[in-house]
Ligand binder design. Sequence first.
Ligand code: TRP
Length: 334
Amino acid sequence: MIDGKKVLFSGMQATGNLTLGNYLGALKNWVNLSDEYECFYSVVDLHSITVRQDPSELRQRARKLLALYIAAGLDPKKNCIYYQSHVSGHAELAWILNCFTYMGELNRMTQFKDKAAKHADNINAGLFTYPVLMAADILLYQADVVPVGKDQLQHLEITRDIAQRFNAIYGEVFTVPEPFVGKAGAKIMSLQDPAKKMSKSDENANASIYLMDDPDTVIRKFKRAVTDSEAQVKYCEEQPGIRNLIDIYCSCTDKTPEETEKEFDGKGYGEFKLAVGEAVVSVLKPLQERFEDLVKDKAYIDGIIKENADKANYYATKTLRKVQKKVGFPERVR
Ligand code: TRP
């Protein structure tokens, strides 16, 4: 608890370009949470170097992601938006937690197996202990809730196991976090294969709408979106492509699927796809404009970075000192 509010923690990697799926499924829904929760949103750059990165590109992307958080509506005075690498407590706690995590547990992580297969030439120890660093992120702030996608649930589960194991030995040190089950954001699927999630790492550029796509590109990608031969705008399992387009349309216009079916009753896919594209453009355009203004204001962004790193450090250090004491490290002499 911080000031009577529960704590919420989440992180995103600054690798790849964020998609409409990241926005409608996550970011957009985070905006109002700061009323109810004390929110920490980290740009998790320590995690990013588990695969090779170009240094200057990583730095640029991290700064852009931070600006994008703000452009998407997260007020940096109410939400702690910061770089993981600016708070050394993440790495320090991760080391300690490594000593409370078993090789066997980490061996079972499906993301490790996937990534190891994908980067067979660089299966480093950091990739293996990635979930422990993630546990440190969460436990450092005594987070009560963590909004994550399905792919990260296993990591949240191991975080809970580590916290409970540590607490069983040393007493109630860590809050045991729960997955966040608030108003779920829409799950947006690929425009080229509606059975797959829209992903920032999709090789087919037509499959994903990137948040920085210009209007022409957005419209073109929707025109090419995969549909079916039913020729009716109907929200049903048998028409996954159309259903995905309806979800996108509804998220962007705050309409319901029923209203959308009525609106496009008897109309062709061409007209519907254009309307979806235009609805998306009307959401992305103001976001892009805010983003462009923000990145120009270097002093403002720098101020936010400094202020929020200080705030994050304050809470992180509090937990870290407690943990260090518990495991038997000597007290600091002042
Ligand atoms: N591993 C997460 C992802 O790739 C990012 C992440 C790092 C995270 N630390 C976290 C998410 C802590 C939630 C909480 O999506």
